[in-house]
Design a protein around this ligand. Structure first.
Ligand code: SF4
Length: 173
């Protein structure tokens, strides 16, 4: 299983500083895919040595390692998760385009499920078909609404504004 690139991100997993590693060879072919270059099997093998080298460089700066993709290689995704648990205390997340929870859910602290549908949008859309689950003592808890907080706050502010404006008395002429 190869990865194309990586980045340290703050939004993908709420409350975590995440090293997001983009896996190539994606078999999902979502219409409107934001990263069609990841359909090809390109990049560097995500071997144990490569993971160790990523952690040597970034391990102290992050709280979570997120495997972004790898739907065609579930066995490899699980091996990476197992290895990460063996060599670190980092949380392990998996961003998958599948709709079913992996059989070994216990290997992950977070799992994102669902293909990308342009008409529904990503996790930050309130119409999304995608879901992010947190593993709470083995139970999958849906925390997708964490991505909507900003939007909900914005909507509440807009409602407050409407209320304030509608209670200002009309000027007497
Ligand atoms: S899972 Fe992601 S990378 Fe793969 S086809 Fe869908 S949007 Fe593209």
């Amino acid at each position: 299983m190869k990865y194309y690139n990586f980045d340290i991100v703050f939004q993908e997993i709420p409350d975590e500083v995440t090293l997001a590693v983009n896996i190539s060879g994606c078999p999902n072919r979502c219409p409107g895919c934001h990263s069609p270059h990841l359909w090809e099997n390109i990049g560097t093998e995500l071997s144990e040595q490569e993971i160790q080298s990523l952690l040597d460089r970034y391990g102290n700066a992050i709280t979570c390692f997120c495997i972004m993709g790898g739907d065609g290689r579930l066995d490899e995704v699980e091996k990476v998760a197992q290895y990460l648990h063996k060599i670190s205390d980092l949380k392990v997340a998996w961003y998958s385009g599948r709709s079913e929870m992996p059989a070994h859910f216990d290997l992950f602290q977070y799992v994102k499920l669902g293909d990308y549908r342009p008409s529904h949008g990503g996790l930050d859309s309130m119409d999304t078909n995608q879901r992010l689950y947190r593993n709470c003592d083995g139970k999958a808890v849906d925390i997708t609404s964490r991505f909507w907080r900003k939007k909900v706050d914005q909507m509440s502010q807009e409602r407050r504004n409407i209320l304030v404006h509608s209670t200002i008395p009309a000027m007497q002429v």
